[in-house]
Design a protein around this ligand. Sequence first.
Ligand code: PHE
Length: 331
Amino acid sequence: MSTVPLESFLAELDRLKADAVEALAAAVDADAVERARIEFLGAKSGRLKAIQKLLGGLGGADKPAGGKHFNEAREAVSAALEAAQGRVAGSAAAVEPLDVTLPGQPVRLGHVHPITQTIRRVQEIMARLGFESVDGPEVEDQWHNFDALAINAEHPARDPLDNFYLAVARGADPLLLRSQTSTVQIRVMERREPPLRIVSLGRVYRPDTADATHYPMFHQVEGLYVEPGTTMAHLKSVLRQFASTFLGGDVHVRFRPSFFPFTEPSVEVDMEWGGRWIEMGGAGMVDPAVLEAVVSGFAFGLGVERIAARRYGVTDIRDFYRNDVRFLEQF
Ligand code: PHE
């Protein structure tokens, strides 16, 4: 059996590489590049294929070196091919005339999620009533979520089954995902003196089973108004003006006696619009124990999903979170 000398194999390889690089560099268009590709890299009768067959004829000791050089040559030719393909594609694009009479390509515009739209609208309306928008953290300590709001250690609202407590180092006071935006009342009162008119909108978390009116994450609007001489009448009038503007039309506000540890008296807020009463949240006069000052104020907390659902006629709040574009596109 005749063996192929390594030197002639390598010489053959070098010649092929030089020819291929030259042919590809000289190719002026995509057709020429393709012809060169078939000549050198063609799977059936390409020149590289032919040389590959010689590999088997090399002497045993020469095979590793021959294989290595063969692979290098193949890579070099492939790289030259890619460069040539890129070059002719680029020049094709460059010379393609621009037809300014073609219809434009429509740009598909996305838009803001209905909950975010609602949040912005609420902020806008409340700003007109003199309320400044403020933010608070979603991961809270128990002081701001409970203690400072007079929700004492035995209160059922602190139950681990009703809150998302976060794991912390042993001995440390567990943090939690805030269960209400009333935390922001405390955070604002810690650093500011009355008079105050603030509104805070954001996410709150409770481990509720999801259904048409519940979700483990939802949004609240928290309002806080602190000024000498504030009464429940101010509370009712602010809520009514807000709701009439937001829903468009005459909205009636009804208070039902209730209890919150941080307001006294406390009420549930119902709103009637278009003949239907809906419970929108809680409110009350800020308890002097929380306010730590001889000044009066009111606070309210409404569900953003509830007011959005009422406004847009949505019957299942889970639709807000399904990310179904057919639903979201309607807003
Ligand atoms: N934070 C209360 C809740 O989540 C609502 C509320 C806010 C009540 C402000 C009174 C005043 O249920």
